[in-house]
Design a protein around this ligand. Sequence first.
Ligand SMILES: C[S@@+](CC[C@H](N)C(=O)[O-])C[C@H]1O[C@@H](n2cnc3c(N)ncnc32)[C@H](O)[C@@H]1O
Length: 204
Amino acid sequence: MMGEKQVRDPWPEEKRGWVYVRPVGLESATTWRNVADVTNFLFDNPQVKLVVEIGANFCGFAALLIARTIVFPDFGYLGIEKEIYRKNANLEFYMASRPRCRVIWDDCFAAPVKAEVKAWVDATAGHALIWCDGNNKPEEIRQYHPFLRVGDYLMMHDYSHEKLCDENPSWQDCKPLVESGKFQIATPDYWAVGAMMFLLRKIH
Ligand SMILES: C[S@@+](CC[C@H](N)C(=O)[O-])C[C@H]1O[C@@H](n2cnc3c(N)ncnc32)[C@H](O)[C@@H]1O
């Protein structure tokens, strides 16, 4: 209406606690619930010594995991992100001083990128966790699961344990791995409702 001041809500409901999760000042497209679930899982499973994040985005979650290396120097973080403009110069500068922290600014399906991930996983004294959070999760699952060793984990974001049924496309992506007998569902009980995260563990 003429003369009426239009006030835009600076924190629209749908953005609260989701797109604008910024634990250390960089944006993560996850939820506070995801932050709690993943960091609690790592706390409960200290034998997980490497997280590979496919789709590091603005490095908001990366920065948290990189901060974890201050407390656990044998923990490592390897991110992959194809949108180079999302690089944060200060975080890159800090990572350069940490031997087990790196973001590869390239396409996760490029052969040299996959070779580097495999080398990091192979060099991990402990369990590795590959987090499929890019834009083509079915393909990430297919191309990255062969790099995992017995005891390692494959984590999928936006994959819901609650919808664990044949009609659920996300389950269809994981089902061949489980039915192969090489992976088992490892989603913690406290993720089962509302986490939108799904976890498989390599068992054979
Ligand atoms: C949903 S976001 C990931 C969110 C992130 N884990 C976080 O905490 O903010 C998906 C990201 O995957 C990236 N991406 C999509 N396809 C990719 C590819 N082929 N290689 C590398 N990164 C890719 C996108 O640019 C985007 O930043």
